[in-house]
Design a binder for this molecule. Structure first.
Ligand code: KIV
Ligand code: ZN
Length: 438
């Protein structure tokens, strides 16, 4: 049962557009503790990872890539700690990434021993660039390697009948690979796994490892893959986009409409280079359209503070939904309109049958737990509506309409003279000095 309330958003004009809209939520997978952590200047220590893991579980993630168990003793030990100390909720699958190499696979599967539910995630890059420059391999050899790795994982997983171990395969650099070759490779891997069913599908994760293409190309490739994979109902098609061109969220939304089922990403877009797709934005975009995502961001500030503290990476103040300025207005005309809109809405018990609809604020900040912050802040550009709002909100003083223009001139003048944003107390002092004290 979600702790949050799905907003009843009817805030788009009625006209029907020919293109599709998303109506159901995909599955979400957090790769914060792997793709995110591997890109941090100071990676998290085990205590920090544990706190992060618990937070991801609390807000509703069911697929969590915990790390790369074969990469280091620390990574391996953390994986073991979660299993041995029974720290994984029953409905959560932990994931471990491995390269498609026999000794790394053996070590990875050792890390999974005793886990209730897990996903082994193997990857290999089938792009010409990687095959030529990195592996020195031809296509048949690459398929052989992926098939042999998959069979090895299957054998080791079969030796743990008490665990529900599933399989995820990523043709890394999918967007830089001939899509027919990716299909051939994934079909071969599916066959080698041999137990993909609609109940226990193989996850085929199709990454834009580097965002080399515009969102519509990614979506076209996903659609082609979905239409042409032979046993579509026995696989989960998963997205994994990075943000090199700044369009990972758009690419993800388009690719979902093109047929994908699942999204991998990180909170606030941490991750290699310019980051992975930001799951806070993806989830809240759907949430704002009235879709139940299963992820609870009703106290987003707490999530943001926790992530900033644990990763040491500040969140940009204009980041959608979570940035400190995401719902703040400085300019007079915006402040005035918000002030009027919020008052009008609160006067109508059914919100005029519109859900939330207020000028300049596309969702109700209270849905994300942001009810106590100052939406309206004052500087030399602020107008009479904003200044009146601040005095009313903070000091319970209602400024008569006729008095507002004069008061705003004094406040703007004061802000200009000090050359910065001013506090509510300073607004109050200006009001006192100009209208009360004399
Ligand atoms: O970006 C990527 O391709 C990856 C894979 C390992 C899934 O992180
Ligand atoms: Zn990645």
């Amino acid at each position: 049962v979600p702790k949050y309330v799905i907003p009843k958003m009817i805030n788009l004009p009625d006209r029907q557009w020919p293109s599709k809209s998303l109506t159901v939520s995909p599955q979400w997978c957090s790769v914060d503790m792997r793709d995110g952590n591997q890109a941090l200047p100071d990676p998290m220590d085990p205590d920090q990872k544990l706190e992060y893991f618990k937070m991801l579980c609390d807000i509703g993630f069911k697929h969590i890539e915990v790390g790369f168990p074969s990469a280091s003793q620390d990574e391996f030990d953390f994986f073991r700690k979660l299993i041995e100390e029974d720290l994984i909720p029953d409905d959560v699958f932990i994931m471990g990434l491995t390269q498609s190499r026999p000794h790394l696979i053996a070590r990875t599967l050792e890390a999974f021993k005793g886990c209730k539910r897990g996903i082994v995630h193997a990857y290999i890059a089938p792009s010409d660039l990687h095959m030529k420059q990195v592996f020195g391999m031809e296509r048949p050899q690459l398929i052989e390697t992926a098939v042999a790795s998959t069979k090895q994982i299957r054998e080791l997983a079969d030796a743990m009948p008490e665990s529900d171990v599933r399989y995820e395969f990523s043709p890394e650099e999918f967007t830089d690979t001939d899509v027919d070759f990716s299909l051939e490779l994934c079909e071969a891997v599916f066959e080698a796994w041999g137990k993909g069913t609609p109940e226990k599908p193989v996850i085929m994760n199709l990454p834009a490892t580097v965002e080399r293409r515009p969102p519509n190309h990614y979506a076209d490739m996903i659609e082609y893959f979905c239409r042409n994979f032979s046993k579509r109902d026995c696989i989960t098609v998963s997205l994994h986009s990075h943000n090199d061109q700044g369009m990972a969220v758009a690419a993800t939304e388009l690719a979902l409409m093109a047929g994908a089922d699942r999204v991998e990403g990180t909170l606030f877009g941490h991750g290699e280079r310019t980051g992975n797709v930001d799951l806070v934005t993806c989830v809240n975009n759907l949430f704002s359209r009235g879709i139940d995502t299963g992820i609870d961001f009703s106290d987003l500030a707490h999530v943001a503070q926790t992530v900033e503290r644990l990763t040491g990476m500040p969140i940009y103040y204009r980041q959608p939904y979570s940035g400190s300025y995401a719902f703040t207005a400085f300019s007079g005309s915006h402040q005035d309109a918000i002030n009027k809109g919020v008052h009008k809405l609160s006067e109508a018990p059914d919100r005029f049958g519109m859900g939330w609809k207020v000028p300049y604020l596309h969702i109700d900040p209270a849905d994300l737990g942001r009810k106590f912050e100052r939406l309206i802040r004052i500087n030399s550009q602020s107008g009479k509506g904003g200044i009146a709002w601040v005095l009313e909100q903070d000091f319970g003083i209602t400024i008569p309409k006729a008095m507002q223009p004069e008061l705003s001139k004094y406040v703007q003048g004061y802000s200009e003279s000090v050359g910065r944003e001013i506090s509510a107390d300073e607004v109050y002092s200006v009001f006192q000095n100009e209208f009360v004290a004399p």
